[in-house]
Design a protein around this ligand. Structure first.
Ligand code: MD3
Ligand code: FE
Length: 220
């Protein structure tokens, strides 16, 4: 569900050495992953060759418009039984592909740059957006450890990220996320509502009409 238009406002923030804080504990690292984008995308191809992108079902049986895969010890899944983390891909019962070193290193470096030391993610959700794909406002609360931050990496077409507050009715910031941008969320903002507006059409040099988002978490 989207917030009413009058509650939307464009993000502003305080800059501290290359990082912009746009909410309590939420740090935007512009183009932090840009020089590694090709290596990250090659790793995404290797992961999705073994664990293909798929549209999961919500508990209510609705097909999610985002296509998803995972790597790491745990992967996020959704079906008629609900949302949870699982060590194996339900498609074939095999463990999710291992977290590539280029993923783990980027996540730790980005967390560090935002002031979160020793971030060792055990899960990476790989989201694929095509024109029209959206993610409605939600909270991420299926992880065991809310003290660890979440790190996200945007690749391909730009998107408008929506960032609310602790309560669903709180006003919602609009944050434009472009190819190579990284965001780290910790502290209070870890449980804030967030989503993504429907992806606009476009043609990215590396990804064509797609956006890939990597979300690193400490889930188990
Ligand atoms: C803020 N993905 O996978 S990444 C998700 O662009 C998700 O694919 C979006 O929301 C995407 O759950 C946004 C940013 C993100 C991820 C998790 C968060 C922001 C977050 C958890 C808490 C606060
Ligand atoms: Fe989320």
């Amino acid at each position: 569900m989207h917030a009413p238009m009058q509650d939307l406002f464009d993000a502003t923030g305080a800059d501290v050495g290359g990082a912009t804080q746009f909410a309590e504990g939420a740090w935007l690292l512009r183009e932090f992953a840009l020089d590694r984008a090709a290596a990250l995308l090659a790793a995404v191809d290797a992961i999705t060759a073994r664990a293909p992108f798929r549209h999961m079902e919500t508990r209510r049986g609705l097909r999610m418009s985002v296509a998803m895969s995972n790597c790491g010890e745990l992967g996020w899944i959704s079906d008629r039984r609900g949302y949870r983390y699982a060590p194996c891909d339900p498609r074939d019962g095999r463990p999710w592909p291992a977290m590539p070193p280029v993923f783990a290193r980027l996540a730790a470096e980005a967390a560090q740059a935002a002031g979160f030391d020793h971030f060792v993610p055990d899960a990476c959700l790989v989201n694929r957006y095509e024109p029209g794909t959206r993610l409605s406002l939600h909270q991420d609360r299926d992880e065991r450890d809310f003290d660890a931050p979440i790190v996200s990496v945007s690749l391909g077409l730009p998107a408008t990220f929506l960032f609310g507050g602790a309560a669903r009715g709180d006003r919602v910031q609009r944050v434009p996320l472009r190819h190579g941008d990284v965001v780290a969320w910790g502290g209070a903002s870890r449980l804030f509502h967030h989503g993504v507006l429907p992806l606009a059409d476009g043609d990215h040099p590396l990804l064509g009409a797609r956006r890939i988002n990597l979300t690193f978490r400490r889930a188990g």
